[in-house]
Design a protein around this ligand. Structure first.
Ligand SMILES: [Zn+2]
Length: 85
């Protein structure tokens, strides 16, 4: 699988920059909750062709990120059956 995620120092700096720009979890904010963000998420996953650019990144709290990842894994499994192979 192609992984165009930035590695090493550049990636770390970008992660810190996103968290500094968005100190609160985006998904919690939509629900009116103020929860500190601690994960930088790719809105469109890299594995699905999402870009590693800033516009495709959002800051989330760990529970929101875990829930999003779970949903994406389920969708990916379904898509694999429907669209691939
Ligand atoms: Zn959250």
């Amino acid at each position: 699988m192609k992984d165009n995620r930035k590695r090493g120092r550049a990636g770390m700096r970008e992660r810190a920059a996103v968290l500094a720009e968005e100190p609160l979890c985006r998904l919690c904010l939509e629900k009116g909750l103020e929860v500190a963000s601690d994960v930088v998420d790719h809105i469109m996953p890299l594995a699905w062709g999402g870009s590693d650019e800033r516009h495709n990144k959002q800051a989330l709290c760990t529970p929101c990120h875990d829930a999003k990842s779970k949903t994406e894994r389920k969708l990916a499994q379904r898509r694999k059956i429907a669209d691939f192979d």
